[in-house]
Every structure is written in structure tokens, then in C-alpha cells.
Write a protein that binds this ligand. Structure first.
Ligand SMILES: CC(C)(COP(=O)(O)OP(=O)(O)OC[C@H]1O[C@@H](n2cnc3c(N)ncnc32)[C@H](O)[C@@H]1OP(=O)(O)O)[C@@H](O)C(=O)NCCC(=O)NCCS
Length: 197
């Protein structure tokens, strides 16, 4: 994976940043908003809204990293990076809100996940989806992954290059913006700005 090919032009008002515990409620709301088909695709099987919400409530604190795509300040997509057991291997998964798909949110989340994984020493990212999941297959291809079909799932593998000074620097700079944006969002939720009349 090189430094730039996944960077994408996002719709105006869209921000992609890392998520922390202050974003927990937004992640739960996003997963609650997934329709049954989307939940089926995300979890590769039938999962109730309550189970999806329960999963989401632990997602920010679980091992690994999670990034979010916000449009006009509302969380519309998440990308998760989870350890896969073996050293230098990790899994990624996505959920973009219906009504916000096909606008590059998944690709932008994938770019941040791949950068974070690469800089953390991961050499191979794994992604699994159902064979009929056209959106995920297209996104995996867009990310440069090699798709292997077999049985009831598609297994995509994205090979990552070792980190460079530039990739580390870039992640450091983006991380600073992430912290500032998350702190600002948490402050405005705690102390909403009231117009003075
Ligand atoms: C799969 C998913 C994450 C894609 O997110 P997205 O924000 O729509 O993806 P993007 O807009 O970044 O699109 C990436 C590429 O896929 C293509 N694509 C997206 N949805 C598509 C669809 N339904 N059919 C065909 N192509 C599609 C886009 O055109 C784009 O291709 P391009 O770069 O060549 O233009 C989203 O559909 C989703 O959340 N689905 C439900 C949960 C799920 O299936 N998760 C996957 C298992 S972990």
C-alpha cells in the first residue's frame, strides 16, 4: 500500500477521525439505525437491533481502534480495526448508515484504518463479507485488497507496506486534529452554545 491512493474527495461537511469513549453513544445510535439487511451484512448473520446496540456499546473500548465518519457533526459511518490473533495481522469491518453510502465514507474510513494498521506494524489486513455484499466487495477492491471467494464468505486480504517517516508523520498530524475535534465535540455536547440575544 502506498501513501495516497485511497485518499478520496469527501462531501462537504464530512470529517473522519478516531473515536473514543466520548463517542460511545453516537456509535450505539449508528448501529441502532442499521436496517436488518445492513445488520445481516455487517455481522454476516441475523442480529437483532438490541444485539447490534450491545455490540456497539463496547466497540470503542474493545481492543483495537475505531474511526468514525461524521457528516455535519453526526456520526454516519464507522470502521473498526481489530487484532486478528497472529502478529502483524488484523481484521477490519465497516458500517455506513443507509442513506450515506456511495459517497466515499467507507473508502475514507478504510484509508485511515490502513494507515493506522501499517504504522502499528500490521502487514496484512483481513476483511470478510457475504458473497452477495456488492458494496463491501467494491470497497475492498477500492482499498486494493485481493479477494478470495470460498464457500459462504468472501475473504479479502490487503497487504500493507512497512511504515515510513512520512506515514508516521501524517498519522501524528491527523491524530492531533482528531483529538481537537473529539474534544470540541465533547465540549459542545456538555456546554451547548446558547445564542446571546
Ligand atoms: C459496505 C459499505 C461499508 C460501503 O460503504 P460506502 O460508504 O458506501 O463505500 P464508498 O462510498 O466509500 O464506496 C467505495 C466503493 O464501493 C462502491 N460501492 C459502494 N456501494 C456499492 C454497491 N452497493 N454496489 C456496487 N458498488 C458499490 C463505490 O462506488 C466505490 O467504488 P469506487 O471507489 O470505484 O467509486 C456500506 O455499504 C455498509 O455499511 N454496508 C452495511 C454493512 C456491511 O456490509 N459491512 C461490511 C462487512 S464488515
Amino acid at each position: 500500500m502506498q501513501d495516497h491512493p485511497l485518499r478520496t474527495q469527501l462531501p462537504a461537511g464530512t470529517l473522519v477521525r478516531r473515536l473514543w469513549s466520548t463517542d460511545r453513544d453516537a456509535v450505539v445510535t449508528l448501529f441502532r439505525g442499521l436496517d436488518p439487511d445492513s445488520r445481516f451484512d455487517r455481522f454476516m448473520g441475523a442480529v437483532s437491533e438490541a444485539r447490534a446496540a450491545a455490540y456497539a456499546s463496547h466497540a470503542v473500548a474493545a481492543k483495537g481502534l475505531i474511526f468514525g465518519a461524521f457528516t455535519d457533526g453526526i456520526l454516519r459511518g464507522v470502521g473498526e480495526l481489530r487484532p486478528a490473533g497472529a502478529t502483524a495481522e488484523a481484521e477490519i469491518a465497516f458500517a455506513v448508515a443507509p442513506g450515506h453510502r456511495g459517497r466515499g465514507l467507507g473508502a475514507a474510513l478504510g484509508a485511515r484504518l490502513a494507515q493506522a494498521a501499517r504504522n502499528g506494524g500490521t502487514r496484512r489486513l483481513h476483511l470478510r463479507c457475504l458473497p452477495g455484499n456488492r458494496g463491501m466487495r467494491a470497497l475492498a477492491q477500492r482499498l486494493g485488497a485481493e479477494l478470495r471467494s470460498g464457500g459462504r464468505e468472501v475473504h479479502a486480504v490487503l497487504a500493507l507496506s512497512p511504515p515510513t517517516l512520512f506515514s508516521l508523520w501524517r498519522e501524528g498530524v491527523e491524530g492531533l486534529f482528531d483529538v481537537a475535534a473529539a474534544a470540541s465535540a465533547a465540549c459542545s455536547a456538555t456546554w451547548p452554545i446558547v445564542p446571546v440575544v
